[in-house]
Write a protein that binds this ligand. Structure first.
Ligand code: ADP
Ligand code: MG
Length: 332
């Protein structure tokens, strides 16, 4: 049997509010050493879930287990938070007047000064922040501060790293680097990573397992590529890949005879062809996306989107032939 480091069982945590809040009846397991990404829009319960796992919130019902042992709530122990876990939030919680080195070293005890130094240096090396060693936190960029925060979280024998919106302060280039770092560190150290984000680009292809949260409920969990290609809900296709959603009537106007209420496809499933006669679309707009373009296409008053890899091949007001090579159908 594979080793489950964390098991979340029928977890419910509601806040005392008029409307539904928090998370409801959530269950999943996490394998040791895995990177788990939890994706959901703002207010979907991501931070609540992380805090319950860490032991910062008293749960209403259900439980979270760490190697089979129930994680205690804040009312059950003196210092809330599980000892073998660390949480890095958007505010980083760094001592901004202290140097990078001291921020990280402060997590370790003084009983073995030599080992304290070695571990601190090792962790800085790992996160490529050695050159920042003697800088104060106030002298660092957001991305650099984040690296220090992660180094600080990992330096003291941490088994589970919880990251709440880890990339929200970071520019695209650094994001890529940090993603790769997290993956490498997880592989090197065996630390289990649970990260939450509202932006699927943050964790989708990094994670071993992906969880989709909506309105406090777990919609789907699985391998990122599986969820992407087989989303159980329209919402999942929309949040992961900005999918096009058509009702039956509109689908029919494009020549798709749907069996269910909605037809759903990703823009990259639309093939732009020059040889096919029956599907003529007008290019209504072209969105620059870096190495590709997204085209807004219209036919019989129905708008869809498609990916164009050869930039400039089809321009605004051009007519193109588009074949929706593959699509999904949903009842709701
Ligand atoms: P996310 O991190 O995905 O943005 P949260 O877990 O912070 O979502 O919040 C989930 C839901 O619970 C939201 O509707 C939010 O308004 C509500 N909520 C979060 N924290 C509290 C709180 N301390 N008191 C009342 N409601 C809260
Ligand atoms: Mg949050």
């Amino acid at each position: 049997m594979e080793e489950q480091i964390i098991s979340v069982k029928n977890l419910t945590k509601q806040y005392q509010t008029e409307q539904a809040s928090g998370v409801r009846n959530i269950s999943f397991d996490i394998k040791k050493g895995n990177i788990v990404a939890i994706i959901g829009e703002s207010g979907s319960g991501k931070s609540t879930l992380l805090k319950c796992i860490y032991g910062l919130l008293k749960v209403d019902s259900g439980e979270v287990l760490f190697y089979g042992k129930r994680i205690l709530g804040p009312d059950e122990q003196l210092i809330p938070g599980h000892k073998q876990m660390k949480m890095v939030t958007q505010d980083f919680s760094l001592n901004i007047y202290a140097k990078v080195y001291d921020n990280i070293a402060s997590m370790l005890s003084n009983t073995n000064v030599q080992s304290k130094h070695a571990k601190t240096m090792d962790m800085m090396e790992h996160l490529h922040i050695m050159h920042l060693k003697d800088k104060k936190i106030t002298e660092l960029s957001g991305g650099e501060q984040q690296r220090v925060a992660i180094a600080k979280a990992l330096v003291s024998d941490t088994s589970v790293l919880l990251l709440d919106e880890p990339f929200s302060q970071v520019d695209a280039l650094l994001k890529n680097q940090l993603r790769a770092d997290i993956k490498r560190i997880a592989a090197d150290t065996g630390v289990t990573v649970i990260m939450v984000s509202h932006d699927p680009a943050d964790g989708l292809f990094l994670s071993d397992e992906l969880l989709i949260l909506k309105g406090g409920e777990l919609l789907q969990k699985g391998k990122p590529s599986h969820i992407y290609h087989h989303p159980d809900h329209i919402y999942t296709a929309q949040i992961l890949g900005n999918a096009v959603v058509l009702n039956t009537e509109d689908a029919l106007k494009l020549g798709i005879n749907a069996n269910k209420a909605h037809v759903v496809f990703y823009p990259e499933w639309v093939e732009l062809k020059s040889s096919w006669n029956s599907r003529r679309f007008e290019v209504k707009d072209v969105y620059y996306k870096g190495f590709y373009e997204e085209l807004l296409l219209e036919r019989n008053g129905v708008k869809i989107r498609a990916i164009q890899l050869n930039r400039g091949e089809h321009k605004k007001n051009d007519h193109v032939q588009a074949n929706i090579s593959h699509f999904l159908e949903y009842n709701t």
